[in-house]
Ligand binder design. Structure first.
Ligand code: ADP
Ligand code: MG
Length: 466
């Protein structure tokens, strides 16, 4: 546990025993300035008032909370007037610089790597699959029955039945969910299968890098050695002749060795009109299934299933009916509307009625694209929350105070929007996808230990959806 985490834990304890007003008044801007020999604590405080007040009133409580959390007896609690920045100038800055330096080096090494293992590590294969997209969580109904059945068949016996499987349909209708469910299913069944999920943009980026660094051989070997290749959103292929060529050869190689290929697109192969004919014909070799807009009943079932995942709330049928009736074309927006009323409920703790629901959602339906949040909104809300300029957040600066907000943005983009790591990197001013991956994992880990952070993210989400 770092001192920061330790202090957050101590504050968490104190918060339970002190009135809220006192807590915020006296503990704001405090931190651990030193923790020596597991027994002597120095608390950094912002001014002399706080110092004397804490000394008088809270020394014992702080010692107790410390002992409780660390299981070490506390001998001495001292207070020192300083700011976090000045304290960190000496210790923290160094550590931070070291961390940044090593991250930079790692990134550099990753792209210098000329062996296939380098690519492998970069993709860390299965890690790009999002565990929340499973068949269990996919509601089958009108509009997606065929796509679902075909996906299941492929997941059960990859490379055998339908190869390639081509899924297409409009935005927010479950393509990414299905293609990832295939990957997750195969991964759970055969842990040794090498499964690669890429957004087509990632394939393009890798290809461009291979050209730039002269690591073609490795690029090819890497992509052509997987057992299952899942390529999301191939419509990004349009207008990219060279990448199309490369993808064609990848496809051929994989198909020949019976590796399963699954492709998604926002339109059927025939409508990818500027695509090379040979690619279109390959796409039509196997099975083509569309996901289309689900009927009211299916939309209701999806809402109910999403509510089950959020057990803090019970919505009556009237409200669900209303929602399902209003948002027809996009499941992501349907989820967005649901999240919005849940956030409202969590904030106000009032019973939700149909009237209130209508009011909350009125601006969403007046302007449907507001139902679902987008990455720009996420960045804006987080920047406002932490009071940091958007340009700084997406810029190149490595200032310490930007680190956490950036990571929070990446985490929310991943969790709430289901964005791919390359896309997240892109949204944050063209950062590498490994940075995004690292950030998401880090926040996820931290949230388990750090109530504060969890609350911060909860409030950010509330602002996003209300
Ligand atoms: P697409 O890739 O087609 O744009 P996604 O797969 O990202 O759409 O789906 C958008 C959101 O809707 C995701 O959160 C997904 O889990 C959810 N979703 C879509 N269809 C279903 C379904 N049939 N059952 C449950 N959730 C669904
Ligand atoms: Mg998608």
């Amino acid at each position: 546990m770092t001192n920061e985490q330790l202090w957050q834990a101590v504050l968490g304890e104190l918060e339970l025993t002190i009135s809220k007003a006192n807590f915020t008044t006296w503990f704001r801007d405090t931190f651990i300035s030193g923790y020596i020999g597991n027994s002597d604590v120095i608390v950094g405080v912002p001014n002399v008032f706080t110092k004397s007040w804490l000394e008088k009133k809270y020394t014992k409580l702080i010692a107790k909370a410390f002992a409780h959390i660390t299981l070490n007896k506390v001998r001495k609690v001292d207070f020192r007037i300083e700011t976090k920045e000045s304290a960190e100038k000496n210790v923290g800055k160094e550590a931070q610089q070291r961390e940044e330096e090593s991250a930079r080096k790692k990134e550099a090494v990753e792209w210098k790597k000329t062996d296939v293992a380098g690519y492998r590590e970069d993709h860390t294969h299965n890690h790009t699959l999002n565990e929340k997209y499973t068949f269990c969580r996919f509601v089958v109904g009108s509009g997606n029955e065929l796509a679902h059945a075909a996906s299941m068949a492929v997941a059960e016996s990859p490379g055998v039945r339908y190869n390639p499987l081509f899924l297409y349909g409009g935005v927010g209708l479950g393509k990414t969910h299905l293609i990832q469910a295939i990957g997750n299913h195969i991964k759970a069944k055969t842990s040794r299968a090498s499964i690669l999920y890429v957004n087509f943009e990632k394939f393009t980026n890798d290809y461009v890098r291979a050209v730039k660094h002269g690591t073609f051989q490795e690029f090819r070997e890497f992509y052509r050695s997987v057992d299952v290749l899942l390529v999301d959103d191939v419509q990004f292929m349009l207008n990219k002749e060279k990448t199309q060529d490369e993808f064609f050869h990848t496809f051929e190689a994989l198909h020949q060795r019976n590796s399963q290929i699954v492709i998604t697109s926002d339109r059927p192969p025939k409508m990818l009109s500027e695509l090379q004919d040979r690619l279109i014909s390959r796409f039509e070799w196997g099975m083509i299934a569309d996901v289309s807009i689900p009927d009211l009943e299916t939309r209701l079932a999806i809402l109910k299933s999403k509510c089950e995942g959020k057990n803090e709330i019970r919505l009556n049928d009237e409200i669900l009916q209303y929602l399902a009736g209003q948002v027809k074309n996009n499941i992501r927006e349907l989820e967005g509307a649901l999240n919005k009323i849940i956030a409202w409920h969590n904030l106000h703790r009032e019973e939700l009625t149909l009237e209130i629901t209508k009011r909350i959602l009125s601006n969403v339906f007046a302007n449907p694209s507001q139902g679902a949040i987008n990455s720009r909104q996420v960045i804006k809300v987080v920047s406002e929350y932490y009071e940091i300029n958007v340009n700084d957040l997406v810029g190149a600066s490595r200032k310490r105070e930007l680190v956490l907000p950036r990571q929070v943005i990446m985490y929310i983009l991943r969790e709430e929007l289901g964005s791919s790591y390359p896309l997240i990197g892109n949204d944050l001013g063209g950062r590498d996808h490994t940075t995004a991956m690292h950030a998401c994992k880090k926040i996820e880990r931290k949230m388990h230990e750090d109530d504060r952070l969890r609350q911060q993210i909860e409030s950010i989400k509330q602002r996003l959806y209300t």
